[in-house]
Design a protein around this ligand. Structure first.
Ligand code: MRU
Length: 340
């Protein structure tokens, strides 16, 4: 598969991103040579998905030059690109710590080592999430339907994904998951990206619009829902792509287990609940002129939140690299693991 994020060269090299705005019809790459290039790529969703945004931003700091002041300024600037995915801020904090602790001679080499470590670690986190999630879903019958929302695969992370890593692992284990992919209005990450990834890997995938998922559950086609997250508060409330909350409500009504899969880097234990998670609002043309076609009257008033918060009480389990936890118990488990 095409590489989502790749650093080309050594510490004086540049960042190559698969331009996700062009998928699925075109596989093309963006060569980012400045911090501004990376900021723009994150902002317009050429690179997107919480862990991938963090990895790309970490490499972005490596483009700032060899001075502490310019690297610190790059961290501050990249932090303004998107507000919801906490992985961005987590990765930039790691880069700030690298700036603070670097030894002579070259800061740039130290920063690249750190960015590469963040990238490689995310790869491992994804693999562990895949294994734990597949274990948790072991009781689903072979060939069961699994519904997912947005894109949480190799395009969204430094590895195989979060929720999609679980599906890929079930597929590898011969469990023949039949995936229903919500198209994910308004930017169609499900239709454009998740369908592309699932089909590339030979997973049975069926595209539906977001508004169909309750009916698909009502028809008994879905044995479990699994989605990713952009930020999870200490009480287990989880922010994810707009439409996730409605899918969780529909799942509860139909008695379908609803899982969230995310690495520890997606947790924000400084926030007591999901009410405090900042929700990105994006421009109105995404819903009035999606993909260049006008679909609403001129000057239509709009509201376009890019994420919503699913309350912990609707979540059956949160799949992390450490295992699967009840939403109310995950903060404790992560804190205990971090103090080891
Ligand atoms: O706006 P996006 O495409 O960056 O939103 C992505 C999502 O909401 C994903 O579900 C989330 O980041 C988890 S990715 C492993």
């Amino acid at each position: 598969m095409a590489k989502t994020i790749e650093w080309i060269g050594e510490f004086d090299g540049h960042l190559r991103l698969l331009d996700q705005t062009r998928l699925p019809t075109e596989t093309s790459y963006l060569d980012c040579r400045t911090v501004e290039d990376v900021w723009q790529a994150i902002k317009r969703l050429s690179v997107r998905g919480a862990p991938a945004i963090g990895v790309a931003a970490a490499y972005g700091v490596c483009l700032a030059g060899d001075s502490e002041a310019s690297a610190a300024a790059a961290c501050d600037y990249l932090a303004t690109s998107r507000p919801t995915a906490v992985n961005l801020f987590w990765a930039l904090d790691r880069m700030r710590a690298a700036i603070a602790d670097h030894q002579a001679p070259r800061l740039a080499a130290r920063l690249l080592t750190e960015a590469r470590a963040i990238h490689a670690e995310d790869h491992e986190l994804c693999a562990a999430i895949g294994r734990h999630g597949a274990d948790a879903l072991a009781d689903l019958p072979t060939g069961a339907g699994i519904l997912t929302h947005c894109n949480t695969g190799a395009l969204a992370t430094g590895g195989d994904g979060t929720a999609l890593a679980v599906i890929f692992e079930l597929h590898r284990r011969g469990r023949e998951p039949k995936v229903y992919a919500d198209e994910t209005r308004p930017l169609l990450q499900g239709a454009r990206l998740t369908m592309w990834e699932l089909m590339e890997r030979g997973v049975d995938a069926t595209l539906i619009t977001d508004s169909m998922n309750a009916q698909v559950m009502r028809e008994g086609r879905v044995g479990a829902v699994i989605v990713g997250a952009d930020r999870i508060a200490a009480n287990g409330d989880a922010a994810n792509k707009i439409g996730t909350y409605a899918a969780a409500i529909a799942a509860r009504y139909h008695n379908v287990p609803f899982y969230v899969a995310a690495p520890s880097t997606t947790f924000d234990l400084t926030l007591a609940s999901g009410n405090q998670i900042p929700i990105e609002e994006r421009s109105d043309d995404e819903i009035t002129r999606g993909f260049g076609k006008q679909t609403a009257p001129d000057d239509a008033k709009t509201y376009n939140p890019a994420f919503d918060v699913t309350p912990a009480e609707l979540i059956t389990g949160i799949v992390t690299e450490l295992g699967v936890f009840e939403p109310g118990k995950v903060a404790e488990a992560l804190t205990a693991a971090a103090s080891k």
